[in-house]
Design a protein around this ligand. Structure first.
Ligand SMILES: [Zn+2]
Length: 295
C-alpha cells in the first residue's frame, strides 16, 4: 500500500463559538491509502483541547510510514488491530487510517460499504450540526439553514421553551425542572411558586388547581411547604413529579397548537398566563435559589 496525506485548514461557513472560544477553521488531516490502483480516504480533525495537532499526526505517520505501508492488506478489521498497536497514543490517526482502509476495501470489492455492512442507507441516524453560541438572530438564521430536527440543550424556563418552540426547535433537555423542584421552586401555568415561602404555610389549596399530577391531586401547599422546610426527601420527590408533569403538559399543549396551526396565539396566551403570577411576586419571593449542582 502507498500512503499519502494532505493538510487542510477547512473554513467554517460561520464562526463557531462554544464556551472554550471561537474558531473559524478546522485543521484537518486527510489520509489516502492506495492499493492496486484504487484509493481510500479517511480524515482526522485536530481538536485543540486534545493536544494532537496535525503536525503531530504527520510526525507519527512519517515515523511509522514503512509499517503502515508494508501491511498485507486483506481486511480492515485486521488492519485496525495492527494500527491500534502501532499508534497507541494517537487514536485520531488510527481512526483516519481505519476509515481510509474501509473505503479502500469497498472499492476493491466494487461495492458501497453500506452493502457490505448490510445497512439501509435511508434508515441511518441523522447526523448533527452544532449551532454554537451567538446572538439570537444569528442562531435563528443558522437554524433555518438546516432542514433537520432541532435539538436545544440546556433549556430552560417555560418561557424559554415557548419561545424556542415558536422559533422552530423540536427537542430539549435541561436539569432545570428537576433541580429547581428539589429546591422547592415549582413551575405552574400561572408562574413560579417558591413552596418554602411562609405564605404557603397554612394554604390548603393544591399547588395548581388545574394540574393533574400526583402531588397536586393528593397534597396541599401547606404539606409541601412543611416537607420542604423539614428537608424531607418526599418533598423533593413530589415537587419533581409536579414540575415534570407541568413541563410535559406544556410541550403537549405546544405540539397540539402546532398541529392545529394556532402556535402563535397559544404561545402568546401561555406567556401571558405565566406572567400573571410572576408579576405579583415581591423581589424576595422571586429571588433565585443558589444552584444545587453545576450543569
Ligand atoms: Zn401538579
Amino acid at each position: 500500500m502507498q500512503l499519502r496525506y494532505y493538510h487542510y485548514e477547512l473554513a467554517f461557513r460561520h464562526p463557531f463559538t462554544i464556551s472554550r472560544g471561537t474558531k473559524t477553521h478546522q485543521p484537518t488531516l486527510i489520509v489516502e491509502l492506495e492499493h492496486r490502483g484504487l484509493t481510500g480516504y479517511g480524515e482526522a480533525p485536530a481538536i485543540s483541547y486534545y493536544h494532537i495537532p496535525v503536525e503531530k499526526m504527520i510526525y507519527d505517520l512519517e515515523s511509522k510510514r514503512s509499517f503502515i505501508e508494508r501491511f498485507a492488506f486483506t481486511d480492515p478489521q485486521r488492519y485496525w488491530h495492527y494500527l491500534h498497536h502501532l499508534l497507541p497514543s494517537n487514536s485520531f490517526l488510527v481512526c483516519a487510517l481505519d476509515i481510509a482502509a474501509w473505503d479502500l476495501y469497498g472499492k476493491l470489492r466494487g461495492k458501497p460499504l453500506y452493502d457490505l455492512w448490510k445497512l439501509d442507507p435511508f434508515r441511518g441516524p441523522v447526523t448533527d450540526y452544532t449551532i454554537g453560541i451567538d446572538t439570537v438572530d444569528k442562531m435563528v438564521a443558522k437554524i433555518k439553514e438546516t432542514p433537520w430536527p432541532i435539538y436545544k440543550i440546556k433549556l430552560g424556563t417555560p418561557e424559554d421553551l415557548i419561545e424556542a418552540v415558536a422559533a422552530g426547535i423540536d427537542l430539549f433537555d435541561c436539569v432545570l425542572p428537576t433541580r429547581n423542584a428539589r429546591n422547592g421552586w415549582l413551575f405552574t401555568r400561572h408562574g413560579d411558586l417558591k413552596i418554602r415561602n411562609a405564605r404557603h404555610r397554612d394554604d390548603t389549596a393544591p399547588l395548581d388547581e388545574q394540574c393533574g399530577c400526583y402531588a397536586c391531586r393528593h397534597f396541599t401547599r401547606a404539606y409541601l411547604h412543611h416537607l420542604q422546610k423539614a428537608n424531607e426527601i418526599l418533598g423533593a420527590h413530589l415537587n419533581t413529579l409536579h414540575n415534570l408533569y407541568y413541563y410535559q403538559e406544556l410541550m403537549q399543549t405546544l405540539r397540539a397548537a402546532i398541529e392545529a396551526g394556532t402556535l402563535a396565539a397559544s404561545a402568546e396566551r401561555l406567556l401571558a398566563e405565566r406572567k400573571r403570577y410572576n408579576s405579583a411576586l415581591s423581589p424576595e419571593q422571586s429571588a433565585q435559589f443558589p444552584d444545587e449542582d453545576p450543569q
